[in-house]
Design a protein around this ligand. Sequence first.
Ligand code: FEO
Ligand code: CA
Ligand code: CA
Ligand code: CA
Length: 581
Amino acid sequence: GGRSGVTGWSFDFPELTAGVDEDHHVAEGFIAEVLIRWGDPVLPGAGTLDPAEQSAAAQEGQFGYNNDFVAFLPLPAGAGRSARGLLAVNHEFTDGGLMFPDSRGRDGETVAIEMAAHGHTVVEVARGAEGRWSYRPDGRYNRRISARSTEIVLSGPAAGHERLRTEADPDGVRVLGTLNNCAGGVTPYGSVLIAEENFQYYFAGTVEDPAERANHARYGVPAGFYDWARYHRRFDVGAEPREPNRFGWVVEIDPYDPDSEPIKRTALGRFKHEGAETVANRDGRLVTFMGDDQRFEYVYKFVSKGRLDPDRRARNFGLLDAGTLYAARFNPDGSLDWLPLVHGTGPLTADNGFRSQAEVLIEARRAADLVGATPMDRPEDVTVDADSGRIYVMLTANAKRKADATHPANPRAGNSTGHILEIRVRDGDFANRRDDWEVLALCGDPAAPAADARWGPGTSGDGWFRNPDNGAVDHGGRLWVATDGNSEAASGRADGIWALETEGPLRGSGRHFYRVPAGAEMCGPCFTPDDETFFVAVQHPGAAPGASFESPATRWPDFEDTMPPRPAVVAITRQGGGRIG
Ligand code: FEO
Ligand code: CA
Ligand code: CA
Ligand code: CA
């Protein structure tokens, strides 16, 4: 694999051929098997999926739609084992056109199914004697969190603020549900962070108050993509103008306690959170890195005030409520400044409409505008290698960047193919105020001059990709990238997984490992502690312009005429065992 004659790879798997068809494919010598699909029962009595007869009650107990982020948490807790654990999986959004037959029509029940199919699943998984993974439908940790029925606590500086109060929640401290959970992260004490991203899609109507209308406009609210507001008043911003302020947060879940309440941690700011990767800094403070996935938005980090207590797990659950949120300014000289978003400092005062830290957090985007953060080409995952002190920022694309507004950290006008930046943390201190950055790869077809791509010298015709979205670093410090956008480009290539060299003469060279079926994008890359299993999430298989339940772009993974395509988590292992890659 890789370009012939090029040596020095840290990856030695035979490279997969790029392409697209109705099935998924993995590099030779590996096995890719579906572990759990949309509609598989995870709670008692949920039953298996019957698309024509699907109900919200059934969906509440079944694996949700459009799996995105995947985390593996070993069982027993803290043991670091790899053969048994919890899979914690986000369900980002739904596509009613693919989920429901035309004959069903739309009503309050289809909306309720969609709401129940959003959110998150925790499910117990185990690797059997022959190396195959399965999930336990009766696992005692199994849990569904949804947009429809899960109560979520608001905590941190914005909790209880008047701009978070609604008719249903006059104290501004409890929200019904979580929306559009894209990527996330796992904390050092084994909690899961899930990121609320494109919450604007769910709202409709017109806001009267001009200040709140401007705030909502900054976040694209209301986008009116879904018809939920017809059945649920709280999604009508005319009736409930503050409800959108209760979404766009990072939510913390304790996967080891199925009775625990999920908590929206407002100290981490409100924006279209792609993910939230957290490290324990050398002084014990938590540092969480986050991207705001929209064109010309920012990269952020949060540094906790308190320090990790490795002996008393429960004490760590308040750490994300107090600390400092920063937005990144990428300087043209290759340095990077983390600019604090603290009420009363610099422009973040009442003169600019910020009366408290709560308002700085609720309008974090506007606060970052005022302090001079660098507008980026859609920041997705910010993937952290805690051991090396390197951070990889996935910038998926920004076709609207004009030639007169390029910047060394976003160097291409009309950037439709995305790029990856590397941040090097100075002195191994993830909490510091100044780091360094450089470009790791400018994605796109190296054979197409117009793409202006830049790759390492080992990159073959199969090894390049476009639109990096999620990243994972294995326990050897090697980077793996998941893409979202190849399949939209009519390029004859599917989304998938590419390994990417970060060291040595092949730095910046890609190598193709796995690809999704037609219409899908690639999410959730996640390794077990022993690196022998690589979990990946196949999101929206079969989606394409004009695709529907009756005529999807594929019926993966079941390939049955009566069954639509089903988003699914796939477990990849090596034939005969051993490390991935
Ligand atoms: Fe949900 Fe930024 O992708
Ligand atoms: Ca994306
Ligand atoms: Ca994403
Ligand atoms: Ca995505």
